[in-house]
Design a protein around this ligand. Structure first.
Ligand SMILES: Nc1ncnc2c1ncn2[C@@H]1O[C@H](COP(=O)(O)OP(=O)(O)OP(=O)(O)O)[C@@H](O)[C@H]1O
Length: 687
């Protein structure tokens, strides 16, 4: 403390001497004063401010104050809470907290009565103008000029009469980057506190944040910071972005991070500050609203980012690359989107590969896109119901909105409620402090896909019905109803009508969810297997060096067309994935040898023992891959043309053993005394 006093005393002496040199000798005492104070002294001298003045600058009349307060109403009404909070920290320190507008007019103050009386003697009170041009160097006026926090202690004030003050001030920036006002803490020059400037800076940031949140309550707000742990705290940068991807607001921290935002923000596109397009950012956030996304900025820095606010805003954003007023009819006229099977962005048209039953379902679904009619998709497991639902979503006017899927059979009954409806912070033990946004809300502006709706618990069915009727959702533990705008698509592998009869599915919900019912046929009944295979292979190899290089052998395709596919398209997809992975570097055709072992007869439906097999009757579905192995009739060692080659004999031996073991490669390898890999290689030569 004594040290601090001594340091304070030495500083005072230095400033007194600098003052003498400046005013009496016209010198510029560099190094003796903080740079911003010296800059200010020079400005004051250049503009003719009289440092000995004492009669100027009395408070404006009451009408001036009323007008100024009206002009800064938003600032004033939001500042009082912050000011009270700051005042609590400095109470009894002989100080006051002051809010001034962007001209330096004091709008409001809170202070210790003792100091308030003394402050009034120098007109530090509401209604007084503390611009630098009027009162010389002072924390409020100089902060406005410098647009940065400033501390002015004792004799550093330009006017002699203000030497009794010590003042610390920080600018409050508007969300468009202009200085909207100044927060200041002033006290007796003898009681300068070291941390005051830090405190007033924090308070200004808090106020800025509040103003930002109010102004952009309806916009998409993105929180950013270079350090992930700062997101959610006072230090986070905030960006407000319009649904079209235009940055319309940024707090001062975000401006610091982005480096090149102009004040006023006219026409700044998100892509001008970030390398990741706004639509892609929104997509990532929609997939996981709580994950931090890394954003590489155009200025070369990397920050972490998270969407703030309720997901309804996400929906609006995602839709927003097109004007809100655009009619569904026009949207449908737009050029069809190309299929992207890897990202799941496909349309109903992409799914039309020639099967007449599926075509009927596609045509009917296409007629209701953009209409408020719920779609119910029926079909066995793995037939492509979710893919159908996605295609329906991407074929309609909501295609730029989120597609949010929930499998009602895959999550425990006690979690469905919070997954679907979300919850507020502290709603139950183990709940996240910040709460969680449910799938229904996440789907706002887009499509909610409820897979296996028939497995939804009855209690949940009642709540879902209410949401569908009222178009509002109330998170678990919350009171507020949040409006939602969703298109509903449900899927089930069982007959919902039977579930209604059995009492496990509510009849009223049944009628709500099946506006239109379509059925996706099982793979064994489809006539377009070759097209599906081609699509799967293409998607599987896309982006790899083998893209477009691999084909599927005729024998394998024949087998695929006759196999019953109990696991439907999902099983077929796995088979092709494995086969593609088993290809050697120099192989470009998928052959029987590349197919997974279970298709070779390990299957319980294996028909090897039934005597059926290698030579199938046309039209008879094979039960195993053994059925498509080459015919293996034992042949004599000597043929008509003389002794046969060792290769031929070896291949025949393999074919005989394969037949005996019903196509089971492991068993055949054991019996032949060679490894499975060697056997695979040799079988490859046979095909
Ligand atoms: N026509 C198709 N072409 C290519 N791949 C397809 C096709 N139909 C479905 N698939 C693929 O098959 C897999 C299973 O499809 P999907 O998940 O849509 O089936 P589902 O009927 O919803 O399954 P479940 O009943 O188990 O939920 C997915 O990986 C999907 O991409």
């Amino acid at each position: 403390m004594t040290g601090q006093l001594l340091a304070g005393g030495a500083r005072e002496l230095r400033v007194t001497e600098a003052r003498r040199q400046f005013f009496e000798e016209g010198a510029c005492p560099e190094g003796e004063l903080p740079a911003e104070v010296l800059r200010s002294w020079l400005r004051c001298r250049d503009s003719g401010v009289d440092y000995q003045a004492d009669g100027r600058g009395d408070p404006e009349g009451r009408s001036g104050l009323v007008a100024a307060r009206e002009r800064s109403e938003l600032l004033l009404s939001n500042a009082s809470g912050v000011m009270e909070h700051v005042f609590e920290q400095i109470r009894a320190s002989g100080s006051m907290v002051i809010l001034a507008d962007d001209q330096g007019m004091i709008l409001h103050s809170l202070g210790d009565p003792d100091f308030v009386n003394r402050a009034q003697r120098v007109a530090l009170q509401p209604g007084a103008l503390w611009s630098e041009s009027l009162r010389g160097t002072n924390a409020i006026g100089t902060t406005l000029v410098e647009a940065a926090p400033v501390e002015v202690i004792g004799a550093e004030h330009f006017l002699d009469r203000n030497g009794i003050l010590t003042c610390s001030a920080a600018p409050v920036f508007s969300p468009t980057g202009e200085v909207a006002g100044v927060l200041d803490i002033s006290g007796d020059s003898r009681s300068n506190q070291r941390h005051t400037l830090g405190l007033v800076r924090l308070a200004a940031q808090l106020l800025e944040k509040r103003l930002f949140e109010i102004q952009y309550a309806r916009e998409i707000v993105v929180a950013i910071h270079a350090r992930p742990e700062c997101i959610g705290g006072l230090q986070e940068g905030l960006l407000a972005v319009s649904p079209e991807g235009r940055v319309v607001g940024a707090n001062s921290i975000a401006r610091g991070l982005l480096k090149s935002l102009p004040a006023g923000l006219e026409a700044v596109d998100f892509s001008a500050v970030s390398r990741l397009a706004f639509g892609s950012f929104i997509d990532r956030c929609t997939r996981d609203p709580y994950a931090l996304q890394a954003l590489d900025l155009r200025c070369g820095e990397r920050v972490f980012a998270r969407l703030r606010g309720a997901p309804p805003l996400i929906g609006m954003a995602a839709r927003g690359n097109r004007p809100a007023a655009e009619s569904p009819a026009r949207v449908q006229e737009a050029a069809p989107k190309p299929c992207n099977r890897r990202t799941g962005e496909i349309t109903l048209e992409c799914l039309a590969t020639g099967d007449p039953r599926l075509q009927l379902a596609l045509d009917r679904a296409a007629r209701i896109t953009g209409k408020d009619i719920p779609l119910l998709i029926q079909g066995e497991s793995g037939v492509g119901k979710e893919l159908f639902a996605r295609a329906f979503h991407f074929s309609g006017p909501r295609s730029d909105g989120p597609f949010v899927a929930l499998n009602c059979a895959a999550i425990p009954e006690n979690l469905i409620e919070s997954e679907l409806f979300g919850y507020v912070g502290g709603a139950f033990t183990g709940a996240r402090r910040e709460g969680s946004v449910g799938k229904i809300q996440q789907a706002h502006g887009g499509t909610l896909f409820l897979d296996e709706i028939g497995d939804m618990p009855l209690g949940m069915q009642a709540r879902l019905l209410r949401v569908l009727q009222e178009r509002c959702v109330t998170p678990v533990g919350g009171q507020r109803q949040i409006p939602v705008d969703i298109s509903l698509v449900c899927a089930t592998h069982r007959m919902l009508r039977d579930a209604v009869r059995a009492g496990s599915f509510r009849e009223d919900l049944y009628y709500r969810v099946n506006g239109l019912t379509v059925t996706v046929p099982p793979l064994r009944d489809r006539t377009d297997i070759r097209s599906i295979v081609a699509n799967i292979l293409e998607a599987e190899l896309a982006g790899t060096p083998r893209e477009g290089q691999v084909s599927i052998g005729g024998q394998v395709l024949d087998f695929f067309e006759r196999y019953p596919w109990p696991g439907n398209v999902r099983q077929l997809q796995n088979v092709i994935r494995v086969a593609a992975a088993l290809l050697d570097d120099d192989e470009t055709e998928i052959l029987p040898v590349h197919l997974p072992e279970e298709l070779f007869g390990a299957d319980p439906m294996d028909d090897a023992e039934s005597g059926q097999g290698l030579l199938q009757d046309a039209g008879q579905p094979p039960r195993s891959m053994a059925a498509v192995m080459p015919t293996a009739q034992p042949a004599p060692l000597m043929a008509a043309g003389g002794a046969r080659s060792l290769d031929e004999i070896e291949l025949e031996a393999i074919a005989v053993v394969m037949r005996e073991v019903g196509g089971n490669v492991s068993a055949a390898a054991r019996r032949l005394g060679i490894s499975r890999n060697t056997l695979y290689r040799k079988i490859g030569r046979m095909s």
